[in-house]
Write a protein that binds this ligand. Structure first.
Ligand code: CP
Ligand code: NVA
Length: 321
């Protein structure tokens, strides 16, 4: 397996298919050992993490905190009212100080650039807990969920219906590396970032897959294996709510849209969910894997923390991706 010890995880753009595969394999292995095997696995005994949150979080915070505790480590949660960062102290100074106390940092920030500055000046790994541009640890959970459900990822088509936001950007950095196709439907003016689209096209070319952009949700969902959406109003965009609700009319994932996908198609949503973007009928259906997807946030972040700290050799056989 490829060592990722000491690396930062700021975007999956920087991780090869082998490296992502190793993280997913480790996640599946830890799930097997701890959840099903009832094993005590103290791989991070004595390790401490600073978890910085400039925005709210349920899944990222709770999965990381409880996951690190299970592995024997300890976390310090730092919300905006706990830490000087952004008020009294620079990102650079904060990164240097936390490097003296902790073994890694996980940070949820407004701007991707803040993560980059933090990573440049910290002497410990920095993990993105979401930024305006990416949400890499969410996509690890999504890929694990799809791998568990379908047994393999190769050749599957993901349809995205919604905003060209941080979540789809992270899919674009990872899915082509597993031979997956991406059909992305956004309203006009809400397309994924241009530069990210170019990089994703490059990965698609390299791995012989496709990335299609459209403004037609029906076209995107046709014969898809997976339909994914996310909120139309991301954290920090609250003032755009009225305009966005208008622009996204017709983009709700409902049973009609779902029926255009393959018979065995499934639905994903990173959560938190609002009813605008997906009907209850789909969200609460058998095709919806959202609760498993949320649970898998824990196994995947545990894998990330484990593998950035130490070379870990999974015990269970490598899944096929
Ligand atoms: N999906 C996700 O990151 O959820 P939280 O905002 O609750 O962490
Ligand atoms: N796109 C959403 C994801 C939340 C997990 C946001 O950035 O708010």
């Amino acid at each position: 397996f490829p060592s990722v010890v000491g690396k930062d995880l700021l975007t999956l753009r920087d991780f090869t298919s082998d490296e992502i595969g190793y993280l997913l394999w480790t996640a599946a292995d830890l799930k097997q050992r701890i959840k099903y095997g009832n094993e005590t696995v103290r791989l991070l005994e004595g390790k401490s993490a600073a978890l910085i949150f400039q925005k709210r979080s349920t899944r990222t915070r709770v999965s990381t905190e409880t996951g690190l505790a299970l592995l024997g480590g300890h976390s310090v949660v730092l919300t905006e009212s706990d830490i000087h960062l952004g008020v009294n102290e620079s990102t650079i100074d904060t990164a240097k100080v936390l490097s003296g106390f902790c073994d890694f940092i996980l940070a949820r920030v407004y701007e991707q650039n803040d993560l980059e500055v933090m990573a440049e000046h910290a002497t410990i790994p920095v993990i993105s807990g979401l930024s305006d541009m990416f949400h890499p640890i969410q996509i690890l959970a999504d890929l694990l969920t799809l791998q568990e459900h379908f047994d393999s990822l190769q050749g599957r088509t993901i349809a995205w219906v919604g905003d060209g936001n941080n979540i789809i950007h992270s899919f674009m950095m990872a899915a082509p590396k597993f031979g997956m196709h991406l059909n992305i439907a956004t309203p006009k003016g809400y397309e994924p970032d241009n530069e990210i689209s170019k990089v994703s096209q490059g990965f698609a070319h390299e791995h012989k897959t496709t990335v299609n952009l459209t403004t037609d949700p029906r076209e995107a969902c046709s014969k898809a294996d997976v339909i994914v959406t996310d909120t139309w109003i991301s954290m920090g965009q609250e003032e755009e709510k009225a305009a966005r609700l208008k622009s996204f009319a017709g983009f709700q994932v409902d049973a009609k849209l779902m029926s255009l996908a393959k018979e065995e198609a499934v639905f994903l949503h990173c959560l938190p969910r609002k009813p605008e973007e997906v009907s209850d009928e789909v969200f609460l259906s058998d095709k919806s894997l959202v609760w498993l997807e949320a649970e898998n946030r824990k196994w995947t972040i545990m894998a990330v923390m484990t593998c950035l700290m130490n070379d870990y050799t999974p015990i269970s056989p490598m899944p096929t991706f």
